[in-house]
Design a protein. Structure first.
Length: 222
């Protein structure tokens, strides 16, 4: 009789809203999680139910600038960062860095070669930042806490099988597909946005695509 159950989650990250793709299941409400159902129910009840629902807005993992991007893309509510902003990496003055792979020069190449090109660039970036890791202030460098993340299974496979052709520093970098990123935590994340698309430009698989806001928010907050 005294048992209390706490359900915690984040409706803006990977969940049934993006994983339930069928039109009929969506009509039946299967794309709405139990957490969201309860939140909506308590909101409808009003002030009487306030004690049963709470917004957790404090983040203990992300740099404030990364959290600011997540806030703008999805949350639309003030988020509080409890992680002190550390000294910038000597080769990256900002916590978010975007690198263009210049694949225009490779447009005549096969999709496989383009995937390999982008994976190689991302892993070389990882090796570079690992070697320049500022241990004074950032702590001991640990390559196992670096992650290469991609929506493309072929990129992940290539990155795992090509250690000999890449800088030795990236041998122990974690190489993961986007669909297993939930629950992970890293010091540095290198994300490839390369993916196979339909002729109209839409993604082939929205459950893996970085262009999907649920996947994007889940990834950058790791």
């Amino acid at each position: 009789e005294k048992t209390k159950i706490v359900i915690a989650g984040d409706k803006y990250q990977v969940g049934p809203a993006m994983l339930v793709l069928g039109e009929e299941p969506q009509k039946c409400g299967l794309s709405i999680s139990l957490l969201e159902r309860l939140h909506n129910l308590y909101s409808e009840i009003g002030d009487v139910a306030k004690c049963y629902s709470a917004h957790l807005v404090t983040n203990f993992r992300c740099h404030s600038k990364i959290l600011s991007l997540a806030q703008q893309v999805a949350y639309k509510m003030p988020l509080k960062c409890e992680v002190p902003d550390s000294t910038a990496h000597p080769d990256a003055l900002f916590p978010l860095r975007f690198v263009c792979s210049d694949v225009d020069d490779e447009l005549k190449a096969t999709e496989s070669n383009i995937n390999k090109l982008e994976a190689t660039i991302a892993l070389k970036e990882a090796a570079h930042f690992f070697m320049k890791w500022p241990e004074h202030g950032w702590g001991k460098r640990d390559v196992s806490r670096f992650c290469f993340l991609s929506p493309s299974r072929s990129q992940v496979t290539f990155s795992r099988e090509s250690n000999r052709a890449l800088p030795p520093q990236v041998k122990y970098v974690r190489k993961l597909p986007t669909y297993v990123i939930q629950g992970q935590e890293f010091r540095a994340l290198f994300i490839s946005t390369s993916e196979t698309t339909k002729p109209n430009g839409e993604t082939m698989d929205p459950t893996k695509s970085i262009s999907d806001p649920f996947v994007f928010i889940t990834a950058i907050t790791r």
